[in-house]
Design a protein around this ligand. Sequence first.
Ligand code: SF4
Ligand code: MSK
Length: 649
Amino acid sequence: MATTGRKAGLPVSTDPATIDMVSIAGAAEISTVFDRYELQKPQCKFGTDGVCCRLCHMGPCRITPKAHLGICGADADTITARNLLREIAAGTAAHSDHGRMLVRTLKAVSQGKGGDYKIVEPLRLHEAARFFEIATEGKDDLTIASDLADFFLTQFAWSEEPNATLKLAPEKRQAVWNKLNINPNGIDSAVVELMHRTNMGVDHDYRHLIMGGLKCSLADGWVGSAIATTVSDILFGTPKPVRSRVNLGVLAGNKVNIIVHGHEPTLSEMLAVAAGDQELIDYAKSKGAEGINVAGICCTANEVLMRHGLPIVGNFLQQELAILTGAVEVMVIDVQCVMPSLAQVSKCFHTQLVSTSEIAHTAEAEQITFHSNTGYEQASELIRKAIDNFENRDPQRVHIPNESMELVAGFSNETIFHMLGGRFRSTFRPLNDAIIDGRIRGVAGIIGCSNPKVVADQGHVRLAQELIKRNVLVLQTGCAAIACAKAGLLTPEAALAQAGDSLREVCEAVGIPPVLHMGSCVDNSRILMAATNLVAEGGLGDDIADLPVAGAAPEWMSEKAVAIGHYFVASGMYVVLGHPLYVEGSKNVHDLLCSEMESITGGRFEWEPDPVVAADKMLAHIERKRDALHINTQKERKMYDMKSRRELQ
Ligand code: SF4
Ligand code: MSK
């Protein structure tokens, strides 16, 4: 069984900037996530095993050798499964509410009430309308946007019909869901159903519960997250390759630093635009700064990186450390992965913490609730606030680590299509061909958070290195992508130097790096679509479960990651988690998720803390899939020179 917990004596991170700032925090006696983790040790075994139940007030109950049933008679199977389902429901709710907010902005834009937001990507609007059979003939873009927004809003409510966006998946996969009866009928109702089923005295059969969890997770990946990604692309543009920099060293010693942190891209989008306003730049200069530097943390960072090339300060575990540099004038927070401790850390510096979401307040942060119709004005005001705060920065307390790394991001499916197929024939064909003839063994998604239980960034970076070395193309999102970026793996040159020979040849020929940054957490829907595109292109089976692909979340921590893992497994993928779900207290639930599930959905979980062993296991799975597809015959390696590219076109 996998163990969890960072062993004594190991560093907190492999990232020198993080290590540097943690020691500065220690010297200043400012507590960080790493200190608080130590204080929580040993962590509760009942919680870790998932056998603590507080679903009713006869409890709380714990399963022990002496008491193998809760007061109501629930056993370890029921208790662990119910706890797991509540995590899936919460993760689904988070991604999907983010999607709903974007749909509401799209609707407001269509009604002329969206302030400075507009439809930046009409192509994507038309493509989505076509796919979902929304009439476009004779309609202008705003009317189509209105109809599309209405259609997306219907996907949240309960309906007799399964969610229409499930049709994005390969047909054979849809048939699997039909057969298993796990099609969701609305995002909100899927979440409500899980909360009902896990209420005291309702669903007690762990198998039935877990299948219900898969159903809800599908409402996350193929519905809520897919909608969030699509609407983001329509409103802010489909990402294209973009160069930028990452790590705490992107903070500027001589500029006004504003950090956007959280998940929703709406306000950060306007901050990115407003930061270029000459009047504001001049105002910053009048206050002694050389300019304005907007940078991001967590998935807001990924959103503004993908579309504007704004720099990334760091991933989840670096949010407090950014403030500890003493060089941040304003940190703007919204929803998800924002630590409450930011209020405590910012109090030790001049940093103003501004909370902007209607639903997410932080005590002691200033609350400026964001409204899309005044987005630009609010963004300008926030920048002014930061400029005014610049004079309060204490140069004696500024410590910005030198570390920053170049990166290339912006790999949407549309971009990959174009890069692989060339200008005139957008296609995944060269990628499918390279997989079929073995130059690329398969594709792996490495996603998810960072977690103080493990050496931060190590799992992501080592796993990505091992996989590209073995000629596996890596797709990334979230904090995993930021970790690899910090280690230089999103620099095409550096990554290519570490890639296996045949993967390098293909990547060089078509001009893509071996590690592709596809966006934020909700953009895991792009990975689902990449898998769907591989199926659609032909030659690799009819279903995602047939593909030589695997997923991993080496350092995950969020309930959102629990939902993501389940929708990948429900979609037929093999998923390796760096530490177990809270289910180890039930052998039955463990066995269902980690072995039997493969015969049900074609996918399954595995826990593996060692990234090299995880790479072994993922590659073994990929090779098994290749064998089943009968593509594992030795073929002459084909060099993709200009002639072969022209032939393709
Ligand atoms: Fe205990 Fe059952 Fe209540 Fe859970 S639902 S707290 S196991 S009595
Ligand atoms: S931000 S969910 S810590 S990836 Fe999306 Fe990072 Fe995980 Fe949050």
